[in-house]
Every structure is written in structure tokens, then in C-alpha cells.
Design a protein around this ligand. Structure first.
Ligand SMILES: Cc1cc2nc3c(=O)[nH]c(=O)nc-3n(C[C@H](O)[C@H](O)[C@H](O)COP(=O)(O)O)c2cc1C
Length: 293
């Protein structure tokens, strides 16, 4: 197998399709080596960059789940394997669930980092049970409070003003994982009851068709096609009629949040249609590379 440096792997990841890279170089090109000499693989899903920023704290070359899912061989082996994804209504995004259902993760130490914006509710417990029911036993699961990108409820301008101390939380998680700490927080009975009561009254956001969710502002759209390229499900295309939404949506909001013209709106309304969010450390091209289909 051809050996490349981590820097080359990163460049490779940026310049060509991940599937081609995995096929020609093998997954070892994306395995980082920890200070203790352990081989670590990190997989992530992101819409607005929080999870990519978090994943980069654990590996220089994290692998994007929407890209990895294009592969047929989903068997991964390392000393440590980690997943980083956002909390969606106290669940994992559908694409992350699909990844766990289809991949074989062989590692003595398995960890998960879940980013969330306001209330993680019982997401850790749910994820742990989901994984166990598929034969995957995580050693460590934690949540990291970051900007809440859920546009129907939160104003992105206000959210960005709140200091959520994400770097301190991430530093703790990085240290925990480096020490291969075993830790899965357990909810008290009272917390569990509160979560169940709230979730019972919450309208599930999925499944939803993208054509019912989004409205395009033709006066603003310049056909730059960033929306088509940040969608992890290929639900957006440029046609002779302009941008068209069609297909089962992930509800990640990557299209709406990353549109440079602010030309996409939620049909059912938003807290502040003028405000959009992407993690300040992550570029739109990194989101494109992570999600394009
Ligand atoms: C559809 C959807 C549902 C969400 N549900 C929750 C939730 O239940 N609790 C919460 O605290 N944050 C929730 N969030 C916020 C995200 O988990 C959070 O902003 C995350 O850090 C975004 O990660 P990303 O930037 O990598 O996409 C939700 C976001 C979306 C888009």
C-alpha cells in the first residue's frame, strides 16, 4: 500500500473524491496516530461545521460519513474509532444511523461525541441503546454544547453571542479519549421522565420531503449551486427552471445555512430569516467536501 503523509492525505481529501482516495490509498491514509502511538479513525457528519470542528480536535483527517457511505467496503479497523455528529431531536441524524447499521467498526476503544445546542435530553442513552441493539458497544459517549443551528426556534445572531465554552468542553473530551476513559453518562429517573414527557409532545420532524420544507427566493438566487453541493442527500438540483428541491430530506439545514445569498427560507417560518450560521472555523468549501454527492 502506498504510504502518504497526513498533510498529503488532507490535501488529497480536499482535492478529489474521498471514494477515489479510499480506493487507491486505503483507509490507513486517514488513520491518525495519537501521541501514544495508537491508530485512530474518526467519522463525522456536519451541516454547519460544529461537528467537523469537533472532529478535527480528535484527528487531522476525519472521514465524512456521507462520503464514506458511497463505499461498498465498510469494514474499518484501528485502535480507536470515534464518531462525531449533531443531536437531532435527541436522536442521531438518519445518515449516521445508516452508517452504524452498515459499517463494521473493529476497535478495542470506541467513542462518540454528540454536539447539541440547547438540551441534549436523552440522546446519549438513546444512542447507546441504538448501538448496543446493533452489536456495537461504545466505551465513551459525551455531549458538547455548541451553537444551536435549529432555525425554526433559534435566532442565529443571538446564538452566536452566547459563549458556550465549547473549546473547554472539547479539551476535556480530547483528554478523556486520549486516556481511553470509559464513560457513558446515565440519566436519573427524573431526567428520563422529563425527556420522555417532552419527546412525547414534540412533533417528529422526520420523515419530510425537501420540496415541502424549503422556499427559494429567485430574486436573490444567483445559481451558484452551493446548496446543491452541501446537501448530503442530493435533494437539490439546478434545472432550466432554476434550483429545484426534491427528495427525502435529512433536515440538516446545510442548504439554507450555507447559501451565500441567503436565498433559501423555511416555508413554515423561522425565528430570524436574516440570520444564518456556519462555524467560524469551518469554510463553505469544507462543508461541500464533506457532503457533496
Ligand atoms: C433538525 C435539527 C434538530 C436538532 N435538535 C436538537 C435537539 O433536540 N437538542 C439540541 O440541543 N440541539 C438540537 N439541534 C442543534 C444541533 O444539534 C447543533 O447545533 C449541532 O451542533 C449542529 O452541528 P453541525 O454544525 O455539525 O451541523 C438540532 C438541529 C437540527 C438541524
Amino acid at each position: 500500500m502506498k504510504k502518504i503523509t497526513r498533510r498529503e492525505a488532507l490535501k488529497y481529501l480536499g482535492n478529489s473524491a474521498l471514494s477515489a482516495a479510499l480506493a487507491s490509498l486505503g483507509v490507513s491514509a486517514f488513520t491518525s496516530c495519537t501521541e501514544k502511538g495508537k491508530k485512530r479513525l474518526v467519522f463525522y457528519f456536519t451541516a454547519t461545521g460544529n461537528c467537523l470542528y469537533a472532529a478535527l480536535q480528535f484527528s487531522d483527517t476525519p472521514l465524512s460519513i456521507p462520503q464514506v457511505l458511497k463505499e461498498t467496503d465498510l469494514v474499518f479497523e484501528a485502535d480507536e474509532i470515534g464518531l462525531v455528529f449533531p443531536d437531532y431531536q435527541a436522536r442521531a441524524p438518519q445518515i449516521v444511523q445508516r452508517f452504524l447499521e452498515n459499517a463494521t467498526l473493529k476497535a478495542p476503544y470506541l467513542f462518540t461525541i454528540i454536539t447539541y445546542g440547547r438540551w441534549a435530553c436523552n440522546v446519549v442513552e438513546w444512542w447507546n441503546n441504538f448501538a448496543l441493539s446493533r452489536g456495537v458497544r461504545f466505551n465513551y459517549i459525551t455531549t458538547i454544547l455548541m451553537v444551536d443551528n435549529f432555525l425554526p426556534v433559534f435566532d442565529m445572531t443571538e446564538e452566536m453571542k452566547i459563549d458556550k465554552q465549547e473549546d473547554a468542553q472539547l479539551a476535556q473530551a480530547v483528554a478523556d479519549v486520549a486516556a481511553e476513559k470509559d464513560y457513558i453518562p446515565v440519566l436519573s429517573d427524573e431526567e428520563r421522565k422529563r425527556c420522555e414527557a417532552v419527546l412525547a409532545h414534540l412533533t417528529p420532524i422526520l420523515p419530510v420531503r425537501s420540496e415541502t420544507l424549503f422556499r427559494l427566493r429567485p430574486d436573490r438566487c444567483v445559481d451558484c449551486c452551493f446548496c446543491t453541493r452541501v446537501c448530503p442527500r442530493q435533494c437539490i438540483t439546478l434545472t432550466s427552471r432554476g434550483i429545484v428541491f426534491e427528495g427525502d430530506c435529512e433536515y440538516c439545514l446545510a442548504c439554507i445555512q450555507n447559501c451565500p445569498q441567503n436565498a433559501i427560507e423555511l416555508k413554515n417560518g423561522e425565528r430570524n430569516p436574516a440570520a444564518r450560521y456556519r462555524n467560524p472555523n469551518i469554510s463553505i468549501n469544507e462543508i461541500v467536501r464533506a457532503n457533496r454527492q
